[in-house]
Design a protein around this ligand. Sequence first.
Ligand SMILES: Cc1ncc(COP(=O)(O)O)c(C=O)c1O
Length: 409
Amino acid sequence: MPAIIMKKGRYMKIYADNAATTKISKAALDTMIKVMEEKYGNPSSLYEIGQNAKNIIEEARETVAAALGASPREIIFTSGGSESDNQAIITAAAIGEKKGKKHIVSTAIEHHAVLHTLNKLKNKGFSITLLPVDNNGLIDLEELKNAITDDTCLVSVMFVNNEIGVIEPIEEIGKICREKGVLFHTDAVQATGHIKIDVGAMNIDMLSLSAHKFHGPKGIGALYFRKGIPLTAIIDGGAQERGKRAGTENVPAIAGMAVALKEATEALESNAEKTIAVRDYIIDGLNKIPYAELNGDRIKRAPSNINFCFEGIEGESLLLLLDDKGISASSGSACTSGSLDPSHVLLAIGRPHEVAHGSLRLSIDENLTKEEADYIIKSVKDTVEYLRNMSPLWRDLVTGKRKHIFEEY
Ligand SMILES: Cc1ncc(COP(=O)(O)O)c(C=O)c1O
């Protein structure tokens, strides 16, 4: 293997998997520790220690609502993105069923928290239309309009795709849904804290978010639901969260999430600007690798996301060798890595199976330096070359036994 760049005698350690999860911010962590030590009461208890904890929750609710342009009564706390997605979809299905409307429109590239919930509803007699996406990962608004029928009770389209980073046209989708009188849910787990969200201007009726994607703690999230939407509880028990989500509230995590979201929202523009500059530098660098292609739209793309397919390699081997070089990356979503099936998102944008297996996702943050970006580019380039030299598939491509899928550059 070619020489590895070392820093102060050690390999560089670079965390480039922020779409899987982020490191908790210092302020969020400090807040959580303080809340655990000092505000340990049960928020349902009527005495002072309990009410202190309740106040923390209500302040956090105001912060989360403000970040979305919502009102605090439109926010409930959940265990994260998966639960919020489940609850939003189950709610819309229950509302639809009462009106005899049992059709839902979504997309082929949603997270499994959405797709698996839709599958369950399909088994209960709902019909599901999964809109295709183009080669860049974007849905077609005309196709969306045509897919909505008198039977449609929900449109659920993710804000930012977790694998290829594509940003869907949320404002336009919201407008169409409002005109057609259909509820609109968006899984904004990868967008919140990174891209400006205004639920009013975007006509979003329900929105899912998760703290661990914006430097908050894991296992906590929120669901925004427009005033008047009768949420269906999916966890039954006590009357917490106005009866819409039973269970003693995770007060430290709620407080930590609010601090992290406030920080992320306040620094959103400057973080995005810094991250986009480094992201584009890495994309340009990796584009110089022969027979490699960027996945997802070049422009309508999350600031942090870089996703490439390389011909003639296995993504898993690339990941392990990059790990040896101190780089943490992913070959798809954390949920699908470990399975041998190629990513449903890469297949949906038209990547054939053999290149879908050779994918790499790097999700950076605003702290990544130019020196680290250079290290990433060199490491990926060297490792792809090394793997190709050992690959029988690559030999077939070089000798012309198989046809290349991508252009040389
Ligand atoms: C787009 C998207 N939706 C939902 C989820 C699930 O979120 P959580 O891990 O908080 O349940 C994730 C997590 O990877 C995600 O990326």
